[in-house]
Write a protein that binds this ligand. Structure first.
Ligand code: PHE
Ligand code: ZN
Length: 881
């Protein structure tokens, strides 16, 4: 819990470690409440250290020290000092290597923060990133300390028949009292944040992968026995990821064994521990009747993400935690590209940009804004953010765009070759990209240190006499905390030009070869780009593929947008034009609502949508995206003062108007694509489900008995979770008479499937129905609800406060009070997850005066809570600044 005043750590204060740990031998006698740890570390003074002091300080928290010895000689009480967070040994050998042996005790069962060694149901497992290893034993817990680990686990044979750690199993045996032991050795040096162990009664599916050099790798996924039929998709995803990394990056797996363990209690999505990934069950388990299409996609993405970390994170790791985006940004970029290659690049890109623009842009515009390489933190766990991950991936993507596929590959090859086995910085990454391509990215580096989303304003001027189009571009970024003035960034702007007949215009730019698409490089605050030989004014398609994480301001008429919806060959911009079009129309309705005027529907949208619908579509997922309205949260992000009720009302009005105008089309779309397809996860089946459920969603806004029957019928007969959940969601969002019965029935059907029950909680938490607040409050008392399980917390409290802006931001402030009460309770159990729940309050400046006051009151309550953790304190106090 919080010390007097929590300390801020600065990047500028980084110094080399004073000691090194070359190898560690760990032995753990495991039990729920009293686990014994013996650690023997081969250490030496760091030859690079300039400090001549003989003091050694190790990190350690919530440990009970039993004994200490250096080179076999026990230390006495006077030789060392213990504090809440450290162990200091006054004198250790300076001239030659030495062995430091430590014995200590820990209590996994009391560890509800889920960092270090903890209990998840009957299973013991670890989570060490970022600083969890110090809750297992005293150590130099920082990523630039890389050591080889040899780990022996000793435990009861019946309770813990499976004993796992990193690397290869090298020995095992039996002991008296029904105990057994296993020794694991990891030949690769690694930082302690990649250490892991698992002990439990687990079932396993096994497979093989033959690498590009012909080595055979054994692949194992461990789960609880009842989940053994839900591992197949994860295994397929793993094999696809391994193959892809060989083909696209030339990276081969290095150990003979790759293990994944799924656990029910996990603070995040998954963890890339060397050779032994530990996963939230949510990102492993899937069966057609329990998981939705989107669950399947997420599993594929996260499995790949953790696998890719083996090179981007493990073999080459981070020097310090400020460099987190070095591994996360790059690895997210890699998993995005992988997922795009598996199914559809167009859809993957659109979905990633949606996430970036609704969540990351909000973070960048709020009180917690920070660069992808932050320069200070109080609690590093608070910096596993959308900025570090998603914007970090955009920054890597921009390098990819600037260098091209081959140039980027040359850069990544050099990066791996140069830094294999090292702990490095973001700067080292950029340098490798520069050196391999002989280019200068010095200006580009500003993306790493500057926070905030740049605004890119573009003016088009066409001169018909000169047959010349000029694009005047200007960039600017608003101030962010501790960064008042901003410098221009190096922004790649991908451009295409379209003729009035819909054909692609060839681009003539300076003396470069004529092309169909060009990447313009904006490097100054203001810059103009000229295009010649244009007989008539083309329609501009700018920032194609969302080539930079910026807000584009360019005037486009509704007619121009409708034209792009028909003709843009860039799948991202085609979708984007439609979103802008419906967004513009929704905003004019919001204005009308605020002025209490009558709402009128704009027919241009309808004709644009019917035109889209008349075409022959192969990719029904893409069609569904074209037909979808922007989310309420995206609309909110574009308003100066967010009016949650008006947004909701305007969007519903449009939705209903579209449904009225296209009713018969939606009915036939629904009927054509409504098939019983249990177990089909090919793109075509996913597309059919997506379009039919979208059609049903439009139809169900009509409040009509006939369509109520469609949903009810689908709900009761669905053989896959996508269809069942989509129908249930429509039923509970409408005035459907069977609401309560279906909810109850769903609970009874799935009460033994935790991940499905999470969906049941989330669905109710996200509901627009007027009962929602009371329902959510009641659900916190439900026997299946528990603050000890992060997935449950996220599915009820997280979903309500982050995905239900209509009710969370209710005028009377009850949503805020509800959140505060729960964060305070959760703070005592799991500070890391508690801090993440505060997000809903951080955007207070975007609301009207009354709401602002209520949100600030709520944040102040948190800051002033006696036992508040560093985690929650940092988020709440920074939000108030
Ligand atoms: N490194 C993990 C990932 O992104 C995330 C994580 C961080 C998991 C901290 C647990 C704790 O793959
Ligand atoms: Zn990661």
């Amino acid at each position: 819990m919080r010390e007097a005043s929590p300390q801020t750590i600065y990047l500028k204060d980084y110094t080399f470690p004073e000691y090194l740990i070359d190898s560690v031998e760990l032995s753990l006698v495991l039990s729920e409440e009293d686990t014994r740890v013996v650690s023997k570390m081969m250490m030496q003074k760091n030859p690079d250290s300039e400090n001549r002091e003989s003091l050694l300080e190790l990190a350690g928290e919530e440990l009970e020290l039993i004994s200490l010895a250096i080179d076999g000689k026990a230390l006495s009480d006077d030789d060392y000092q213990l504090s809440e967070e450290h162990l200091q040994i006054a004198e250790v050998p300076q001239e030659q290597p030495f062995i430091l042996a430590i014995e200590n005790k820990i209590n996994p069962k009391a560890n509800t923060a889920l960092e270090g060694l903890y209990l998840s149901k009957q299973m013991l497992c670890t989570q060490c990133e970022a600083q969890g290893f110090r809750k297992i034993t005293y150590f130099l817990d920082r990523p630039d300390i890389m050591s080889t680990f040899k780990t022996t686990l000793i435990a009861d044979k019946d309770k813990y028949p499976v004993l796992l750690s990193n690397g290869n199993k090298v020995a095992e045996g039996e002991l008296q009292n029904n105990r057994h032991w296993v020794t694991w050795e990891d030949p690769f040096k690694k930082p302690c944040y990649l250490f892991a162990l698992v002990a439990g009664d687990l079932s396993c599916i096994e497979d093989k992968f033959v690498t590009m050099s012909g080595r055979e790798i054994s692949l194992q996924i461990f789960v609880e026995a009842e989940d053994i039929d839900k591992c197949e998709h994860a295994m397929d995803s793993l094999k696809n990821a391994m193959r892809w990394d060989e083909q696209v990056y030339g990276r081969e797996y290095d150990l003979d064994l790759y293990m994944i363990v799924a656990v029910s209690h996990f603070n995040m999505g998954a963890m890339e521990n060397k050779g032994l990934n530990i996963f939230n069950t949510k990102f492993v388990l899937a069966r057609p009747d329990t998981a939705t299409d989107s669950d399947y996609e997420h599993i594929e993405g996260v499995i790949a993400h953790e696998y890719f970390h083996n090179w981007t994170g493990n073999r080459v790791t981070c020097r310090d935690w400020f460099q987190l985006s070095l591994k996360e940004g790059f690895t997210v970029f890699r998993d995005q590209e992988f997922s795009g290659d598996q199914t559809s690049k167009a859809i993957k890109r659109i979905e990633d940009v949606k996430l970036l623009r609704t969540r990351q842009f909000a973070e960048d515009a709020g009180p917690l804004a920070h660069p992808i390489r932050p320069d200070s933190y109080i609690e590093i766990n608070n910096f596993y953010t959308l900025t570090v991950y998603e914007k970090g991936a955009e920054v890597v993507r921009m390098i990819h765009t600037l260098l091209g596929v081959e140039g980027f590959r040359r850069g990544s090859d050099l990066y791996f070759q140069r830094h294999d086995g090292q702990a490095v910085t973001c700067d080292d990454f950029v340098s490798a990209m520069e050196d391999a391509n002989a280019i200068d990215l010095s200006l580009f580096r500003r993306w790493y240190s500057q926070a905030g989303t740049p605004e890119l304003s573009v003016k088009q001027v066409y001169d018909s006499e000169q047959q010349c189009l000029t694009l005047e571009m200007q960039q600017s970024s608003s101030p962010t905390p501790r960064q008042q003035t901003k410098k221009p960034l190096h922004i790649p702007v991908k451009l295409g030009l379209i003729n009035s007949d819909g054909t692609t215009e060839k681009i003539n730019y300076q003396s470069r070869p004529v092309v169909e698409e060009i990447v313009l490089e904006l490097k100054q605050e203001k810059q103009t780009f000229e295009f010649n030989n244009l007989a008539s004014k083309p329609v501009v398609s700018l920032l194609r593929g969302f080539s930079a994480p910026v807000v584009l301001k360019m005037e486009q008429s509704l007619e121009e947008l409708a034209f792009l919806v028909r003709h843009d060959s860039d799948t991202f911009n085609r979708w984007e034009a439609g979103q802008k079009m419906s967004g513009t129309i929704i905003f004019s309705l919001i204005e009308a609502i605020q002025k209490s005027e009558q709402l009128k529907f704009n027919n241009l949208l309808l004709s644009s949508l019917s035109h889209v619908l008349q075409q022959d579509w192969e990719d029904l997922s893409y069609l569904s995206l074209l037909l979808s309205l922007p989310d309420e949260s995206y609309l909110a992000s574009q308003m100066k003062i967010i009016d949650v009720e008006a947004i909701h009302e305007a969007r519903e009005f449009i939705k209903k108007s579209i449904a009225e105008g296209l009713e018969s089309v939606f009915v036939s779309l629904y009927k054509q694509n409504h098939k019983d397809e249990s177990g089909c996860f090919d793109a075509a089946a996913i597309g059919r489900r997506r379009i039919k459920n979208l059609a049903l969603s439009y139809l169900s806004s009509l409040d009509n008995q006939q369509f109520y029957e469609f949903s009810e019928q689908q709900y009761h007969t669905a053989k896959n979770m996508t269809d069942q959940l989509a129908a249930l969601s429509l039923i509970i969002e409408s005035k459907h008479p069977s609401k309560e019965i279906c909810l109850q029935q769903f609970y009874e059907q799935w009460q033994h499937e935790a991940l499905v029950i999470d969906k049941w909680f989330a669905l109710q938490a996200c509901s627009r129905s007027s009962q929602t607040f009371d329902t959510v409050k009641t659900l916190t008392q439900h026997s299946a609800f528990s603050l000890n399980n992060p997935n449950r917390v996220r599915s009820l409290i997280g979903a309500f406060s982050q995905s239900n802006q209509l009710h969370f931001h209710a005028e009377n402030g009850q949503g805020y009070q509800f959140l505060v009460e729960n964060v305070i309770a959760l703070n005592r159990i799991n500070p890391q997850v508690a801090a993440r729940m505060v997000v809903g309050l951080t955007q207070w400046k975007r609301f009207d005066y009354e709401r602002q006051q209520k949100m600030k009151t709520a944040l102040n309550q948190l800051v002033n809570t006696a036992e508040i953790s560093k985690d929650v304190f940092e988020v709440a106090s920074k939000s108030l600044l």
